[in-house]
Design a protein around this ligand. Structure first.
Ligand code: CA
Length: 234
């Protein structure tokens, strides 16, 4: 087991959070490389090729967004953001630059571990989300071949657009997708009304799936950011 550990690079300048995350990760059989600055983190990244990066956006020597750009030049490694910021813009930018997900501080042990597992699994192309196969999650089944969605065995009748939105989210299960990323995937471009169009469709999908507003059994709505289909492990 010990030589089979996932290697996690943690880039965080705040000692208390760094220690907290490192302790949790190590006691759950992850190997942790930790860095206090972006420059240090980048060196560790290049020399160790970690399986996952946990990244604070507010670093002393560089913007976390620039760190994502650096990493994405050469690697698809999953990146989970630790965000203390309340501005949606930073989260959206981080996701659009290729981060997989973010966790808002303060966060707990189980949330951190769940996000890490989901990010690692989605980077391996989770078996439940292979196009051409089926996506399943707690009674929800999306049959990509038949373009059919069932909930507890009963078919949910969706429009083409609604189906496409749901399929895109399912194929990226566990990953927070920004409004613009979903719009791009479903409509192939965006116009000023796209986000509104997406939100209207999403409201219909949730209604057809029997979710009440605010409920998020399958799809998590981060206001001002985007949507995330839950991962199997959540
Ligand atoms: Ca910081």
């Amino acid at each position: 087991m010990s030589n089979n550990k996932y290697k996690v690079l943690l880039v965080e300048d705040e000692a208390s959070i760094r220690d907290f995350v490192q302790t949790i990760m190590e006691s759950n059989s992850y190997q942790v490389l930790s860095a206090e600055t972006g420059a240090q983190g980048h060196l560790l990244f290049l020399s160790h090729q970690p399986d996952l990066v946990i990244l604070d956006l507010g670093l002393p020597d560089m913007d976390g967004l620039d760190f994502i750009r650096l990493v994405r030049k050469s690697s698809p490694v999953p990146i989970v953001i630790l965000s203390a910021r309340t501005q949606e813009w930073d989260k959206v930018s981080a996701l659009d630059l290729g981060a997989n997900d973010y966790i808002t501080k303060p966060f707990g042990t189980s949330e951190l571990l769940a996000r890490v597992r989901v990010a690692l699994r989605s980077s391996r192309g989770g078996v439940d989300s292979l196009p051409g196969g089926k996506f399943t999650l707690a009674g929800l089944v999306i049959d990509y071949e038949k373009r059919m969605v069932t909930l507890s065995g009963a078919e949910i009748r969706l429009t083409q657009t609604e189906y496409n939105i749901l399929a895109v989210l399912a194929q990226h299960a566990g990953k927070m997708m920004t409004y613009s990323a979903i719009v791009q995937a479903v409509w192939g471009g965006s116009d000023p009304g796209s986000v509104k169009k997406l939100q209207v469709n999403m409201a219909n999908i949730r209604k057809k799936m029997g979710s009440r507003p605010g409920e998020s059994r399958y799809i998590v709505n981060e206001l001002g950011v985007g949507y995330r289909m839950r991962g199997e492990e959540e």
